[in-house]
Design a binder for this molecule. Structure first.
Ligand SMILES: Nc1ncnc2c1ncn2[C@@H]1O[C@H](COP(=O)(O)OP(=O)(O)O)[C@@H](O)[C@H]1O
Ligand SMILES: N[C@@H](CCC(=O)OP(=O)(O)O)C(=O)O
Length: 368
């Protein structure tokens, strides 16, 4: 699981606590330089990288002398505005010596819930990736209100990972993984190497953030894991503060990996959809409605058959106007289908000389 260079696309989330020195409120410049080395190393191996970086509020509060206490919303938004410009510049400065161009992308929750905005942000990120640019994504704290905020970059990072179709999401945190209890409070807590399924029991183990600079804690990291893994993306939580954190993870540093869920049924449907159809089955109006409501295709609903397919071949499924609704695997040959089209299931045996199957295309074999 630890191989990062095997991934085509990685989203890396950098938490405030590892980017900003808690004592001084300053950016950890040496560490950021080492992160840039790791990113250049990944990109040299053809891995696309998107960064989701926290730290604007932590940096801004230092510049404005706002102290470490909880800030009212307007003050954290002002701190974010001051800190974000420094944050983006810092990434640009460390990545430019490697010949890497950076971009700043600020998003809000609405950008992922509104389909048009979602498609726009996806297109922009895709364009940046194809140009070799490393996007530095953060929440647009200055315009986000409490109701529409992600509020933590763990979930934002998972959303971005889904948006760009990443293979891996890596959360660089101040802890080296997910423990059976908050290790800051419970020294007997043990770390999970791998979590295949997030159960209620696992959720009970997640506590809040450890440092005053951070927001999410483990609760939001589990939410991120659910989003990412459901979309087929592996997610790791690892200690980010040592130098070269991505190389370390690649070399087997301690981490908790949440494994991507692969839904076999969904994967099968994608496979069917990608198959080249060997013929076309045209439906009558009743069959169109039945298929749309999730039913299998019976011979009675077939109006016409064309092509020369064998049993098990993929066929296009079309409506009476010739619009292709999807693909399916046909359980009969084209010749048999010609014979039984429009007929009731009870008639099949008499027509074909053997009992046959009730469905011409079973709903599990259909991708509409
Ligand atoms: N079950 C747990 N396992 C590990 N850490 C936990 C757990 N529950 C709560 N935590 C706390 O979560 C912190 C990491 O989250 P957070 O402070 O939000 O950091 P980040 O800046 O990386 O988002 C840890 O330092 C730890 O104190
Ligand atoms: N958008 C905020 C992110 C806050 C946040 O999620 O912090 P963290 O828990 O350290 O990842 C900022 O840049 O300060």
């Amino acid at each position: 699981m630890a191989s990062l260079t095997a991934a085509g696309r990685i989203v890396v989330k950098i938490g405030s606590a590892i980017l900003v020195d808690r004592e001084t409120g300053a950016l950890r410049a040496g560490w950021l330089t080492s992160l840039a080395e790791d990113i250049a190393w990944l990109k040299a191996r053809q891995v696309d990288v998107v960064l989701v970086s926290s730290g604007s509020i932590a940096l801004g509060r230092g510049v404005l002398g706002l102290g470490a206490q909880d800030l009212p919303l307007e003050q954290s938004q002002a701190a974010a505005a001051v800190g974000q410009i420094r944050l983006a510049r810092a990434y640009e400065e460390v990545l430019a010596p490697h010949g890497i161009t950076t971009a700043q992308v600020l998003v809000t929750l609405e950008d992922s819930t509104d389909r048009r905005r979602y498609l726009n942000s996806r297109a922009t990120l895709e364009q940046l990736l194809s140009l070799g640019v490393v996007a530095i994504v953060n929440e647009n704290d200055t315009i986000a209100t409490d109701e529409i905020r992600f509020g933590d970059n763990d979930r934002l990072a998972a959303q971005i990972a889904v948006t760009v179709g990443a293979d891996q999401l890596i959360l660089l945190s101040d802890v080296d993984g997910f423990y059976s209890a908050n290790p800051a409070d419970d020294p007997t807590a043990t770390r999970f190497d791998t979590i295949d399924r997030i159960t209620g029991e696992i959720e009970q183990m997640a506590g809040d953030a450890g440092s005053g600079l951070s927001k999410g804690g483990m609760k939001t990291k589990l939410m991120a894991a659910k989003t990412a893994t459901a979309a087929g993306c592996d997610m790791a939580i690892t200690e980010g503060s040592p130098l070269n954190p991505l190389r370390r993870l690649h070399d087997g540093a301690a981490a908790t990996w949440f494994t991507a869920q692969t839904d076999p049924q969904a994967a099968r449907k994608r496979w069917i959809a990608a198959m080249k159809p060997r013929g076309t089955i045209t439906l009558d109006a009743g069959a169109v409605t039945a298929l749309r409501s999730g039913k299998s295709l019976l011979p009675a609903g077939v109006a016409a058959v064309s092509g020369g397919f064998q049993r098990g071949d993929a066929v296009a499924i079309a409506d009476g106007a010739g619009h292709v609704l999807g693909h399916g695997l046909c359980r009969y040959t084209a010749e048999e289908a010609q014979i039984i089209k429009g007929r009731k299931s009870q008639e099949i045996e008499g027509l074909l000389g053997y009992p046959g199957r009730a469905a011409l295309i079973h709903r599990d074999d259909m991708a509409l």
